[in-house]
Structures are given as structure tokens and as C-alpha cells.
Write a protein that binds this ligand. Sequence first.
Ligand SMILES: C[S@@+](CC[C@H](N)C(=O)[O-])C[C@H]1O[C@@H](n2cnc3c(N)ncnc32)[C@H](O)[C@@H]1O
Length: 243
Amino acid sequence: MKKWFQSWFDSPYYHILYKDRDNQEAEYFMDNLLEQIHLPINSSILDIACGKGRHSMFLADKGYHVTGIDLSEQSIEYCKQFERQSLEFYVHDMREIFRTNCYDVALNLFTSFGYFNSDHDNHLALRTASMSLKPGGYFILDFFNPNLIKSKTPQQHIKKVEGIDFSIYKYSDGNTIEKTIHFNDAGKDFKFTESVQIISKNTFLNHFNRVGLITKHIFGDYALNPFEEKSSERMIFITQKPQ
Ligand SMILES: C[S@@+](CC[C@H](N)C(=O)[O-])C[C@H]1O[C@@H](n2cnc3c(N)ncnc32)[C@H](O)[C@@H]1O
């Protein structure tokens, strides 16, 4: 039986529903991040859970050597058409060791975490990210702000994309944010669920500590304003592996 994140992210409907996902926002975030960490051209970057590669491609265009990894075979197949010397993609589970002491930066962006329902799996994923870094390398994780998202649920709406009415219900059971997505396409009913663990700032800080990463900054949005517990949209950790 596949887990929700193995089937939903690999389904064409996930990409239809989120087709308006903003490339400009991704590029704005990456530009701000690069200013923050002063990364020399030719540095190597691992984009963990890269999806369709919107951050990877932008960073490779800027002159970095980028590897994107993702569990979704469909997304990686799509990305592979853009491969070149400085840009490569692999199907890979973030919990398993990829390469060690190899990258100047590892990224986990746009809530690509909290899927596993197990602290052990969370630990494995963060340990793998840490191991992928050279000494002095940065690991950056971009997650939702649990306080803000809890205050905004429950929430229900319908989103029409490519003629499909996606009925979306988002709620919290206290431990996870659940999103159910119902729709009908060509006479067939579909239902998918997203279920993301609510992980507090302190839990992340403990995890980073355990995998040998030092937290340098916590930002609250893609403009890199400071993180505010009550009001920030995002919770963006900049961590570093000691030299
Ligand atoms: C919310 S999307 C974000 C994608 C991308 N970072 C972006 O910003 O467009 C989450 C991604 O995590 C991937 N994913 C889920 N579980 C994974 C795992 N165990 N290992 C690697 N990737 C995973 C999914 O396939 C999906 O592409």
C-alpha cells in the first residue's frame, strides 16, 4: 500500500492543482538566500525533494552545480529533459544516504518535510541532509509556521483548474495538518489526502542539534524577514555543518 506522499505527488492531478505555483516567488527566495550565504559560483547544491525542479533550474542557470532528488518518478522524468553538465536529477528517497561530504548547500524547500509520521524517519532525512554536506556547508529548510497554519484551519474552498473543480478541505487534528482533495474527472471520482506533521521550531532545533547542524538564522518569509511565532508565513532555518 503506497503512502499518501508516494501516490499524490506522483499523480498528474497534483501538478494540475498546483500548476500556478509561483516560479517568480521561488527565484526571489533563492536570490535573497544567495545574498545571505554568499555562495561562490561553481559551488555545489543538493535540492532535496526538488519536485519539478523550479529551484534547481534557476540555481543551475546562475552558475551553480545542482543535483535534484525526489521520490516522484514522474517529476524526475520531467526534470531530466533539462539535464546538462551542471544539472542532474535522480529518483531518491530523502531518508536514504545519497552522497556524503559532497555539497556546499543542501536545500529542503516548500514544506517538503513532515510526511513520515515518525520521528525516526524525520531524523534519518535530516541526518542524510547533514551527511551530504562538506564541512562548513549549509542546510536550509523551509517549512510552514505551525502557529499560523493552526490558526487558519479549518478551511474549505473549491479551486477550478483545467476544467476540474478541486474541493479542498484543510483541518488540523492537533498533530498534523490534513488536506483532503475531492474531484471528478471524466466521470470518475477521486480523493487524495495530504497529511503533514505539525513540527515546532524547538523540535526542529533539537533535530538539527542531533545531526550536528548549527542553527544560524530563522527567517519568517521569502524576503528573509525575522521569524515571528504568531504571524510569519514561513519558518526558514539556515543551519551550518561545523568546519
Ligand atoms: C510540496 S512538494 C515541493 C517540491 C519542490 N521543492 C518545490 O518547491 O516545487 C514536495 C515534494 O517532496 C517529494 N517527496 C515526498 N517524499 C519524499 C521522500 N521521501 N524523498 C524525496 N522526496 C520526497 C514529493 O515527491 C514532492 O515533489
